[in-house]
Design a protein around this ligand. Sequence first.
Ligand SMILES: [Zn+2]
Length: 228
Amino acid sequence: MVSFSGAGLSAESGVPTFRDAQTGGLWAKHDPMRLASPQGFAEDPQLVSEWYAHRRRAIAEAQPNGAHIALARHPEMIHVTQNVDDLLHRAGAKQVIQLHGTIAADRCHASCGYEEAVDMTDPPGLRHCPDCGDQLRPAVVWFGEALPSSAWTDAEQACRDCDVLLVIGTSAVVYPAAGLIGLAKSAGAKIVIVNTQASDASSLADVELLGNASEVVPALLEEPARPR
Ligand SMILES: [Zn+2]
């Protein structure tokens, strides 16, 4: 079994979606493209840095929920996720493929290969790459950027090889990630979808379970009680 998750996995942990994190505060007036694109970073790196510090602090305050914990209890499972948060890791999951990168690290904007973990509770400001001198930036995939090729190749392999793809909390509208469900299905996997509502992916589901991830996923994965 392989899991494939999106924002719905972490929503119950209090991790705001990109749009939710923007609403109501001083960030609402900013175009998402200015906060999360190479062009936006070139125009105003300080603004982008402050936005990610804001997001990092919010994620640092969130805790893994029952779904993260139930997934992490299965060390044989590979977890493909569109989420940039570190909640699966903090729940103890070992095999995590983050298609959109991780917010828990900075990397060199010039892609020289330098990357380092950041303190999410006390995020760093703008800094330069110690190896090549270019700017450091969050190790996430921005609008207009390609997915990390190794993560994508690993995710395709996992989806091709699995017997069951457990799709959690994603409406599967964001390509190319959404194509992984079709890939698994055409390779013969059963598709089990856990989501709060039906979505574009519903037509691919062999089983669709509507409900909160933190309740449905533990119920699905826990060992049946054995008589003693
Ligand atoms: Zn560098």
